[in-house]
Design a protein around this ligand. Structure first.
Ligand code: FES
Length: 287
């Protein structure tokens, strides 16, 4: 038979890690779990209220650390590390080695629930950034204000006629009702060499007057320079170059996609108008 101090008559304890004093250990688990929950609250409330990132980050960090401490102490207490040797495995002689202060099942259950609750509060806190993302932007990132019949105007709101653009000329234009809209900005130009496929020739006026998005397809910089020597548009940010006579396909630099071409036409009064929006999203890929 075994006694309080003797693990067993025939069981020889080879090693055992004695957990910390049960009561003290419980206090640590409870305290750490409460701190973890508090950290989750600080993170969630702080995010929604717009507190400084330092406070929010500290709340999250301390909370996670406390949760780790609580789990660690809980596991250590729940699974005492004992190694024992039983010479003869006879059931009637088997006695579990006695470990002082092994927690009782109800207390372990209570501590487990407390830690689960703290983890849940932290999880809710970490969900608040998702809630605050707001509604989907919808087509706002893929559409512009160009539409069929919208006149092209310059920065001072002046509509443009085809004859206003001489050979080799270029002008930045916007939709008449949205001057200055960076996403809708387009370059109206007349290269000396007539464009060919893959340029959409149905959207070209006079055989060589056409318009492309001004937003670079690499990282969104405004394409600023028309280089007549090789009929190319040039982006100053990372030197991407686009061939305007071939659908503004990229010929140099990091841009991998052509500048979208604006469907172009002339209205009854002889003003240049769009025949619709760009056929594809302008600028760099979204999402
Ligand atoms: S943004 Fe134009 S090349 Fe990078």
């Amino acid at each position: 038979m075994s006694t309080e101090d003797d693990p067993g008559e025939d069981l020889r304890v080879v090693s055992q890690r004695i957990p910390a004093e049960t009561e003290a250990n419980d206090t640590v688990v409870v305290g750490a779990a409460l701190v973890a929950g508090l950290g989750g609250v600080v993170f969630g409330v702080g995010w929604l209220a717009g507190w400084s990132l330092g406070v929010i980050g500290t709340g999250a960090g301390v909370g996670l650390l406390a949760l780790g401490v609580a789990l660690r102490r809980y596991v250590v207490e729940r699974f005492p590390d004992v190694e024992a040797v039983e010479p003869r495995p006879e059931a009637d002689r088997f006695e579990q080695p006695r470990i002082a202060d092994v927690p009782t099942v109800p207390r372990r259950r209570l501590l487990g629930r407390l830690i689960s609750g703290a983890a849940g509060v932290m999880g809710l806190g970490f969900l608040t950034p998702v809630v605050s993302l707001g509604p989907s932007p919808g087509p706002a990132l893929t559409r512009t204000s160009w539409a069929d019949g919208v006149r092209l105007v310059t920065s001072n709101g002046q509509p443009v006629r085809p004859e206003d653009i001489a050979a080799g000329g270029v002008s930045t234009v916007w939709p008449a009702d949205n001057v200055g809209d960076e996403i809708a900005a387009a370059l109206l130009l007349r290269p000396a060499v007539d464009p060919a496929a893959p340029t959409n020739l149905d959207w070209v006026v006079d055989g060589n007057l056409l318009a492309y998005s001004k937003v670079c397809t690499h990282a969104g910089c405004p394409v600023a320079l028309f280089r007549e020597s090789d009929e190319a548009l040039f982006c100053p940010c990372h030197q991407s170059t686009f061939d305007v006579t071939a659908g503004a396909r990229p010929t140099f630099g990091p841009a991998a996609r052509s500048l979208p071409q604006l469907p172009l036409g002339v209205d009854d009064e002889g003003w240049l108008v769009a025949r619709g929006d760009f056929p594809e999203p302008v600028g760099p890929p979204v999402g």
